[in-house]
Structures are given as structure tokens and as C-alpha cells.
Design a protein around this ligand. Structure first.
Ligand SMILES: *Cc1c(COP(=O)(O)O)cnc(C)c1O
Length: 379
């Protein structure tokens, strides 16, 4: 059987956890949390980082930091995971969904401006498969209209935006805030795990307070205040050192993991791109202003029946391929609250996109086998 995903272990996770336990401090914000924060700050130039239990948590922190209130509007793609929207709905926001691009699951930046009203507070972008959204356009709209930008960078670790003629910028460093996921299905993992990145200086101090249950405990431990107390809203957003130790082992191996994932992605592409000519599916397009971090390898089938046939054909050979993201504007929870606009490209992807197995321990023989089956099932 070839599973859709298998968590990759670097071999150092247990040793680091053992070390964390031996220090006698396994609650949050200890040595390994600091090591993880420092890693991200150094490698990607993030202003400030806070590990969380999940990307979902980091998105909820973002909604708290932006003071999202009942009746505020937040613009985001419909083709995304439920947490992107839920975090803002929890604070009473109305979600204004944007369609995908004709040739990519990312949101259509050109459609944003027309959706802005006096109630709009923020734009949340999702870099699907680690492919950068059109951030120059989105940041300039946000600046002009006085909006905040949150990058849901759950897929986007080690990916970059490289607009023509400019230096590449790591994803997660462009918006005011950004959120990462280390869930076991992502590139870098800690079981459950996530991180909030604060790029806008104005949010740095308050983020730490919200992270520590609404207290100024972090400042207390740095000796900046002589006692700590309840100073704001917050929750327990910080993960234990056990999670951070696991994550740090993964971060030390980031280049190896990414190298392997990219090789697998290229292998799929070499084999499957030529099969596009048969008309059953198309292969992913990486735009010129984005890099590829090999988070997903997906096919967009001609129609729903073709996708079902492909998934079934693979399953009969013991290969697990999955679809995901049913457009949130048509979800049971939100369809009645959606403003009724048809989002044709998102709807098409909901019916037609399929993800193939992609994890660091997938072998070249596995990839060849998967491609052989696709070759036979989609003649
Ligand atoms: C996985 C994912 C999330 C949620 O991440 P968790 O760490 O599981 O909470 C949010 N947004 C997107 C786009 C995701 O893919």
C-alpha cells in the first residue's frame, strides 16, 4: 500500500525530546521554543515568531490581534481549509470569498478591490501548495485601502515570492501577520503544530501577551516587569517543549527534507506532464513569480467523473490519492451566509483536483508505480 502521507522522521526527534525532558522544564517557551523561533528569524528574516499548537491557533491569534469584531468583513479565497475562515467567524466576522484563478487554485488578486466595503478589515491570502499569491498587487490594494494582510502560509514553509526584477522574499514575511502549520501532512511537522509570524512591529508586544493567556509573563521572565498579571485577552496558545523539541529536529533537516520533496515533485512532473496531451487532466503550473516548495503534487481532471475514476483506479492498486477543499462558500455551515456570487474556478477545482501521495520517504520506485497506474487508468 502507498499511503497518501507518511510522517517523515529525521531520527533526532526522540533525542531532543529526551533532552527537553531532562532539563526539567517541559511546559512552553523554553529552550527548544527559543531555538525554533531563532531558526525562523535567522533563515527567513521574520520579525517575530511564536510557536502555537496549530496553524488554526495562529489564525485565531491573528483575528484577536486585528481586533476583528461582529460585522467586520474579511476577504479570503473560498478554496481553502476551514480554519482560514473559522478563526475570523469565531470573532463575528462576515467572510467575503474570492474565486480562484483560471489556471491556479490561488485567489484572483484582481477580484479583490471590487469586494472591499467600509466594513472590510483584512485580506487573508492562502499560498496554495506553497505557490506565492500575487503579493505586490495584494499589498498595494491593502495599503491604499487601509487593510491588514494575513498570509495563511500553512503550505508555504521555505517558499518564496520573486516578482520580476526584485529579490525573492520568503513567504510569511510579506503580510502584517502570517501563520504556518506543522501538522503531520505538511512539509515540516510536529504532529500538531503551528506558528504565528509578526512582521508589523505594532503587533509584537500584544501577540506575546495573547499567546501567554493574556498575561505579561514573557516580559516578566525577561526581567522587564517585576510581576506579571492579567493585562489583555488571550489564551494558552503556546505548545509544550516536547512539541518544540520534535519540531527543532525537523528544522535542522529542513534542506534535506525539502530536497527530497522537490525531487519527488520533479519526478512526478517529468512522467505526468506529457500525459496531459490525452486530455484527461492537467498538471500544475508554477507561475514565474513563485518558487515551488513541493508541498503538493496535484492533477486537475477534466471533470468529476474522471477524477472519481482516477482515485478508484489508484485505490484498486493500493495507492491512496485524495481530493480536498470543497469551496467554503458552498459548505453546510456557510452556504446560507455567502453572498450568492458564483465562484466558478473554485467550484471546478472542488470537483476536479486530486492530490497524489507526496512525502519525503516516498521512493522513486513508488513514484514510478503511481505514474504507471495513472498511465493505464487514463489511456
Ligand atoms: C493545514 C492547513 C491549516 C490548518 O493547519 P493546522 O495546523 O492543522 O491547524 C490552515 N490553512 C491551510 C491552508 C491549511 O492547509
Amino acid at each position: 500500500m502507498i499511503p497518501f502521507n507518511r510522517p517523515h522522521l529525521t531520527g533526532k526527534e526522540i533525542g531532543f525530546i529526551q533532552d527537553a525532558v531532562a532539563t526539567g522544564k517541559i511546559s512552553g517557551n523554553g529552550k527548544y521554543t527559543a531555538l525554533c523561533h531563532a531558526f525562523f528569524q535567522k533563515r527567513y528574516g521574520f520579525r517575530s515568531c511564536l510557536l502555537t499548537h496549530s496553524c488554526t491557533d495562529a489564525l485565531e491569534m491573528a483575528a484577536l490581534l486585528l481586533n476583528i469584531k461582529e460585522g467586520d468583513e474579511v476577504i479570503m479565497p473560498a478554496f481553502t481549509f476551514v480554519s482560514t475562515a473559522n478563526a475570523f467567524v469565531l470573532r463575528g466576522a462576515r467572510i467575503v470569498f474570492v474565486d480562484s484563478l483560471p489556471d491556479h487554485p490561488n485567489m484572483d488578486a484582481a477580484a479583490i478591490e471590487a469586494l472591499i466595503t467600509p466594513r472590510t478589515k483584512a485580506i487573508v491570502v492562502v499560498h496554495y501548495g506553497g505557490v506565492a499569491c500575487d503579493m505586490d498587487t495584494i499589498m498595494s490594494i491593502a495599503e491604499r485601502r487601509g487593510l491588514f494582510v494575513v498570509e495563511d502560509a500553512a503550505h508555504a514553509v521555505d517558499a518564496r515570492y520573486r516578482p520580476k526584477g526584485k529579490d525573492p522574499v520568503p513567504l510569511g514575511r510579506i503580510g502584517h501577520l502570517s501563520t504556518f502549520s506543522f501538522h503531520e501532512t505538511k512539509n515540516i511537522i510536529s504532529g500538531e503544530g503551528g506558528m504565528l509570524v509578526i512582521n508589523d512591529e505594532r503587533f509584537v508586544q500584544r501577540a506575546e501577551i495573547i499567546w501567554e493567556k493574556g498575561t505579561n509573563r514573557s516580559a516578566f521572565f525577561r526581567g522587564q516587569v517585576d510581576k506579571y498579571g492579567w493585562v489583555d485577552v488571550g489564551s494558552s496558545f503556546l505548545p509544550s517543549e516536547i512539541t518544540a523539541a520534535f519540531l527543532f529536529a525537523q528544522l535542522e533537516a529542513l534542506d534535506t527534507i525539502q530536497g527530497r520533496r522537490c525531487a519527488i515533485w520533479e519526478h512526478y512532473h517529468r512522467r505526468l506532464q506529457p500525459l496531459q496531451a490525452r486530455g484527461h487532466f492537467s498538471t500544475p503550473v508554477i507561475p514565474a513569480d513563485a518558487t515551488n516548495n513541493a508541498h503538493v503534487y496535484y492533477l486537475v481532471c477534466r471533470d468529476l467523473a474522471t477524477r472519481t475514476r482516477l482515485i478508484e483506479g489508484l485505490k484498486e492498486c493500493g495507492i491512496m490519492a485524495v481530493f480536498h477543499y470543497q469551496g467554503l462558500h458552498r459548505s453546510p455551515f456557510y452556504s446560507a451566509k455567502h453572498d450568492g456570487r458564483v465562484l466558478q474556478y473554485c467550484d471546478a477545482l472542488s470537483d476536479r483536483l486530486v492530490r497524489l501521495p507526496l512525502f519525503a520517504d516516498l521512493t522513486d520506485q513508488d513514484v514510478d508505480r503511481i505514474c504507471d497506474v495513472i498511465d493505464v487508468v487514463m489511456p
